[in-house]
Design a protein around this ligand. Structure first.
Ligand SMILES: C[S@@+](CC[C@H](N)C(=O)[O-])C[C@H]1O[C@@H](n2cnc3c(N)ncnc32)[C@H](O)[C@@H]1O
Length: 213
């Protein structure tokens, strides 16, 4: 099961996995970290997020779909503390090990989903990096609406979606049809009570939306 999940995770960055990798040792959180580091589009998206997310030193930040905690660790020095949540427990487990190795104490990682983030304290800013598109892939606009509804229920000041989404019309089936249109993500955030205050197109399939109450 874990191996299947890891293989599923491999597709998240849309990087090709060789047969040897799939057959011999699957995909690990360490692989994800090194692939992310080498992914130029991911790094541009992350840089924009770090430069523009309106995070204050006293803020509590939720990194939903935290994976190996890349974003959480980057944000830890900018806020009071970061809560990392992920639906697949092997990822926050690995992120906890990284936190211990690095001696970073203001991050915590545990189970949580878009629909049920599993957070019992007030959150100032919610971040979803390369994660929310999976809700659309799983269940289309209805699932995306439920996911954004779950995050909106935390009543944060701001939601930052730095993610895969479509910034251009689909012209062929290979044209990122499983990604949510940017307009749909923005509309759902508005329906949930937010105002869109920034949109940055990184590529035609990756971008950042900042939504504020
Ligand atoms: C591509 S990884 C991104 C990880 C990290 N945010 C980053 O930027 O590197 C997507 C993560 O979203 C998580 N995820 C998928 N569906 C989720 C859901 N419904 N609720 C919470 N996390 C979810 C996956 O388990 C995975 O760790």
């Amino acid at each position: 099961m874990i191996r299947e999940t890891l293989i599923h995770q491999y597709s998240l960055l849309a990087l090709p996995m060789t047969d040897t990798e799939r057959d011999c040792h699957g995909y690990t959180p360490m692989d994800y970290d090194s692939d992310s580091e080498a992914d130029e589009v991911y790094q541009r998206c992350l840089s924009y997020l770090l430069a523009h997310a309106p995070i204050e030193p006293d803020d509590v930040v939720l990194d939903i779909g935290t994976g190996t905690g890349i974003v959480a660790f980057e944000l830890a020095s900018k806020c009071d503390h970061v809560i990392g949540r992920d639906i697949y427990d092997e990822w926050p487990r690995y992120a906890r090990e990284k936190a211990e190795q690095r001696g970073i104490e203001n991050v915590s990682f545990s189970h949580g989903s878009f629909r049920e983030p599993n957070v019992d304290e007030p959150v100032d800013v919610v971040i979803a990096s390369y994660a929310l598109y999976m809700a659309y892939d799983e269940g289309g606009e209805d699932e995306l609406r439920a996911a954004i509804g779950g995050l909106a229920s935390l009543n944060s000041r701001c939601i930052v979606i730095a993610d895969k989404m479509r910034f251009a019309p689909v012209q062929s089936p290979s044209d990122y049809e499983t990604l949510p249109p940017m307009g749909t993500v923005a509309d759902l955030l508005v329906d949930a009570g937010f105002t869109i205050t920034d949109i940055e197109i990184i590529t035609k399939s990756v971008g950042v939306i900042i939504a504020t109450r």
